[in-house]
Design a binder for this molecule. Structure first.
Ligand SMILES: Cc1cc2nc3c(=O)[nH]c(=O)nc-3n(C[C@H](O)[C@H](O)[C@H](O)COP(=O)(O)OP(=O)(O)OC[C@H]3O[C@@H](n4cnc5c(N)ncnc54)[C@H](O)[C@@H]3O)c2cc1C
Length: 457
């Protein structure tokens, strides 16, 4: 019998485990992770495969460290982005949790430098942004880079291995619920894990499983938005006035035509565009490495769509658009902005006749207007012109647009302010899988919060 069972060794699950071992060193904790240990994790795409072979367990998203392992390791140190924790507690409480989680990253080897702390510089950039009708969000960033991120996670694994039971390569299959109280988990190998408390932290990868399991146990869920868009790639100097000062600039725009919110997301100065795989569908993302640089900068432009009744399937909507791009391009599509405006597809020859080389070489030159709905496409084009005012060259005809980038946010579990499910006692749901967070630092902070609540009972 364990005191606590945790599902998922992403940042949410890991930080819950770290906090429990600190507050209750004698407690028996088991952490169930369906993927590999950190040193065994492998993504064939990252190792040079031209196309995503759609592994049974996605090496990019599953395993110790979760989706954060091969991520760029950008810790965005503000409650304003990366999650909704401030819906469950005061802003001050979220700030405290973020600061605490950040210090833990530092303890396990994160880089010291934080970008975007100079308020004088920020105010000036904010001023320029507002002249272009853009809102610049203050978001200091600690950037680990993918290599450092892996080291930090390995240090955490070494630390926890001596204190808790870590089970890799096995999935949580069902919750064991008796008399409206969780009693543990049934694993996919038939094993039963009994525990007083259970924390569910399966990330976006396990969100479908969570939704199914929770609805079977009559735990309420609320729809979240889906963000659909493209990854923009341009010469690094175009965005240097922003990236050299803030590293990542979070800019928000409301498109004049539709009034939809468009935002920049996951900016990678001198980074590269990468393909990822979501349930067998190829989607785009970006990385930057601390030691390896390119001449390009990339970032996502995402349009948020929150649907109203009767539509209840935002994830399927996003998947549908992404699979349309896959259908046309056999994977990811890439198009020059100029070709999009001229109403023609990009071709390998046109891509070659450019001032920048795509960093995602497997992307197929094509036509994104055949894929992205008019509403989102219009908003993206309008945002590119707005960005061009603060970073001239953004709306250049050579700017590359890769599609589709989609952010599927898991349906949000109905939770108390302690992140315990409404309906089933002693069951906690945290991180991206519960729809509570959308980024590394808030996912980590949600783990600390749930752990503190459990340890205080
Ligand atoms: C390519 C990429 C780059 C990113 N870059 C950044 C960034 O720079 N900054 C940032 O803030 N965020 C970034 N993110 C987002 C960030 O990684 C996530 O917000 C964060 O990892 C969420 O943490 P989590 O613990 O909730 O879930 P995850 O990290 O997704 O971890 C969930 C874990 O649970 C496991 N699991 C799922 N179901 C089960 C089950 N049934 N049984 C057992 N185990 C299960 C999965 O295998 C996975 O390891 C990036 C994401 C990706 C994909």
């Amino acid at each position: 019998m364990y005191n606590v069972a945790i599902v998922g060794a992403g940042p949410a699950g890991i930080f819950a485990a770290l906090e429990i071992t600190k507050l209750k060193p004698d407690w028996k904790v088991v952490l169930i992770e369906k993927g590999d240990r950190i040193e065994k994790r492998k993504c064939l795409l990252r190792e040079g495969f031209a196309k995503c072979p759609t592994c049974k367990k996605c090496g990019l998203l599953c395993g110790w460290g979760g989706a954060g392992a091969f991520s760029d390791g950008k810790l965005t140190l503000t409650p304003d982005v990366g999650g909704h924790l401030d819906d469950y507690m005061s802003r001050e409480a979220v700030e405290e949790l973020i600061d605490y989680a950040d210090k833990l990253y530092l303890k396990f080897g994160a880089t010291e430098e934080v970008f975007g702390t100079d308020m004088k510089v920020f105010r000036e950039l904010e001023r320029q942004a507002s002249l272009a009708e853009l809102k610049l969000v203050h978001s200091p960033v600690r950037h680990l880079g993918t290599e450092r991120s892996l080291d930090v996670l390995k240090n955490m694994q070494d630390f926890l291995e001596e204190r808790i039971t870590i089970r890799n390569d096995v999935s949580a299959k069902n919750l064991i619920v008796e008399c409206e109280q969780v009693k543990g988990l049934l694993l996919d190998n038939g094993e039963e894990i009994r525990a007083e408390y259970t924390i569910i932290a399966p990330g976006r990868e396990g969100a479908d499983w969570l939704t199914k399991e929770f609805s079977q146990n009559k735990i309420g869920m609320v729809n979240n938005a889906v963000d659909v868009g493209v990854r923009v790639e341009l010469p690094a100097p175009v965005f240097e006035p922003l990236t050299s000062k803030l590293y990542e600039s979070k800019l928000i725009y409301h498109s004049p035509t539709f009034g939809d919110e468009v935002r920049t997301f996951c900016m990678n100065p001198n980074g590269e565009v990468v393909q990822e795989n979501y349930n067998g569908i190829a989607t785009v993302n970006g990385h930057s490495y601390a030691e390896k640089t390119t001449n390009n900068t990339n970032f996502a432009l995402l349009v948020s769509e929150k649907f109203t009744e009767p539509f209840k399937e935002p994830i399927q909507y996003g998947q549908h658009i992404a699979s349309l791009a896959n259908m046309l391009g056999g994977g990811i599509l890439v198009q020059r902005f100029g070709d999009l405006l001229d109403g023609r597809r990009s071709t390998p020859e046109r891509i070659k006749a450019s001032i920048l080389t795509p960093t995602l070489s497997c992307a197929t030159p094509g036509d994104l207007s055949l894929v992205i709905p008019y509403r989102q496409m219009t908003s993206i084009i309008e945002m590119l012109y707005a960005l061009d005012k603060i970073a001239p060259g953004t709306a250049s005809r050579y700017t590359l647009l890769y599609g589709i980038e989609v952010k599927f946010y898991s349906a949000r579990v109905k939770l108390t302010n302690e992140l315990e499910t409404e309906g089933v006692k002693n069951l906690f749901a945290i991180g991206d899988g519960a729809g509570v967070t959308r980024g590394l630092i808030q996912a980590s902070a949600s783990g600390v919060h749930a752990a503190r609540v459990i340890c205080s009972r």
